[in-house]
Design a protein around this ligand. Structure first.
Ligand SMILES: [Fe+2]
Length: 504
């Protein structure tokens, strides 16, 4: 590692994707290490986190990315222009094998509400350039373009939705869980998992995360804007609940498995050090303010939940309504209710994983035990809290179900009394593979408050001002074929002072 050479940086910035030509010939130099791209996240009014990981051989089975077991210095720069003629922050961090040579730099002291660009360098190699934004200052409410999605299954399709998200030039991206899938490879889909077995060790989780990050469409989406991420179940194991497993394969200590999964997740995401895991625990729920326009309450509905009632599945289950059952855990519930009562901005966005509104599957009242329908007392306490505080601009943002949905949130789903909020459910990036635009999942007699359904892959685009939120459900017809165009398959308006879905 040499001292920072400004000239090299400028050449690298102009060269863009061909920055790898700057490989030095000196002995011991590593091959191009920025194979996983760059990312930013956790925007605040004065900064954000920038991320990369050194991995010249990202799929090495030991999960160490082809890096030697040495501390490796990485230079970073933040500029106010894409060509780095005005560098406003720079520094050097030391990466270690213990954290898979991942890099998390937390920026502070930047100006609110503006764009920045960042990049990294090590051993003469220059990373791609990423764009980040700081949140606007408290007291201001500039309009926000925010995209959200979930559920990216590597084998079930190409990440075209991520590419289209990058092309939207958003201010902020939310990923609401199932960023990776933990399963073993199949032979029937568009591309195969690495490793090919179900992942359960730290090495395997690292390889799977690295494989995802090699995808150019995903890299583009990360490089275009800061992300706020929360996990669902597949970042560890399908439908796990706290430390209760969903199945017993592969055998092993689930605490150790969850610790490995959380560690690999942290290593590969642009998260703050406050989110760094400790053993099998990791504090993921957090609040992020976007000026006085919106507050993002990012929730974790896996780590603290009670086991699914009546053995999980979709069923009629009186236990689902037990007062002491919890999806959030009592501490996170108190934290959320406290945050909602503060009314920190015009809008409160709950970024979370599983279907929030009541959604009856059949006339007998059967419902999904993995969703909030399996924890109804917890849901009622949260809804009542924001309703009692007079929060009209509460919007729940949801993933998990691999379909687009939109619903009004009701004070009482049974009597259909009073709309008190709105739920927008993103479809998947690829999970479920190609959709079917002709599917109709609405059951208006059972769920009159549920207004929209579409079975195609994609994301949700939102444009939020101090008075209204314009919502477009964006979708591609196929993910088994590369590069489909994106189109809008549903549109709504949500008014800041009048909860519920309106025609655009
Ligand atoms: Fe999923």
């Amino acid at each position: 590692m040499t001292t920072l050479r400004r000239r090299t940086f400028i050449v690298g910035g102009l060269a863009g994707a061909s920055a790898g030509i700057l490989v030095p010939s000196s002995a011991g130099a590593i091959a191009y290490p920025f194979t996983l791209g760059v990312a930013s996240g956790e925007p605040a009014a004065d900064g954000f986190v920038i991320w990369t990981r050194l991995a010249p051989s990202p799929l090495n089975a030991d999960g160490l990315g082809g890096m030697p077991n040495t501390a490796t210095a990485v230079d970073w720069q933040v500029a106010t222009d894409e060509r780095f003629t005005a560098v406003v922050r720079s520094g050097t961090v030391t990466t270690q094998q213990a954290s898979a040579h991942s890099v998390h730099v937390t920026l502070t002291g930047l100006e609110p509400g503006r764009e920045y660009w960042y990049r990294f360098r090590t051993g003469g190699h220059i990373s791609p350039v990423g764009r980040a934004l700081t949140a606007p200052a408290v007291g201001t409410q500039p309009a926000l373009t925010m995209l959200f999605t979930s559920c990216s299954h590597w084998e079930e399709g190409y990440f075209t939705a991520y590419r289209r998200m990058a092309e939207e030039h958003p201010d902020l991206v939310l990923h609401l869980g199932d960023y990776i899938y933990e399963g073993g490879a199949t032979t029937t889909k568009v591309r195969r998992f690495a490793p090919t077995s179900e992942i359960s060790t730290l090495a395997n989780y690292r390889v799977r995360h690295a494989q995802y990050k090699t995808d150019p469409d995903l890299q583009a989406a990360h490089a275009t804007a800061p992300w706020l991420v929360v996990w669902d179940d597949h970042e560890v194991e399908n439908n796990y609940a706290n430390l209760v497993r969903n199945d017993s394969s592969p055998a092993g200590d689930f605490k150790a498995r969850r610790a490995a999964a959380y560690k690999a997740y942290y290593e590969h995401m642009p998260l703050r050090s406050a989110q760094a895991p400790s053993g099998e625990n990791m504090l993921l729920h957090r609040r992020v303010r976007w000026g006085s326009l919106a507050t993002f309450h990012m929730l974790d509905t896996r780590q603290y939940r009670d086991d699914q009632a009546c053995g999980d599945g979709t069923k009629v289950c009186p236990d689902a309504d037990a007062a002491n059952r919890t999806l959030t855990g009592t501490s996170q519930e108190s934290w959320l209710i406290d945050g909602l009562r503060q009314k920190l901005g015009t809008w409160d966005f709950l970024g979370q994983q599983v279907f929030f509104a009541q959604r009856l599957a059949a006339a007998d009242g059967s419902k999904s035990m993995d969703a909030w329908d399996g924890y109804t007392a917890n849901r009622t306490r949260i809804q009542n809290a924001w309703d009692a505080s007079g929060n009209k601009g509460t919007v729940v943002l949801t993933g998990d179900v691999h379909r687009s949905w939109a619903a009004n949130l009701m004070q009482d789903y049974g009597t259909q009394n009073r709309v008190i909020g709105t739920e927008l459910v993103t479809t998947s990036v690829t999970s479920g593979s190609d959709g079917n635009a002709a599917d109709n999942g609405l059951k208006p007699t059972l769920n009159p408050h549920v207004k929209f359904f579409k079975n195609l892959r994609g994301y949700v685009k939102t444009r939020t001002s101090s008075t209204e939120m314009r919502v477009e459900f964006r979708a591609v017809d196929k993910v088994t074929v590369r590069d489909y165009p994106v189109k809008t398959v549903g549109s709504f308006v949500v008014e800041a002072t009048n909860p519920g879905l309106q025609a655009p």
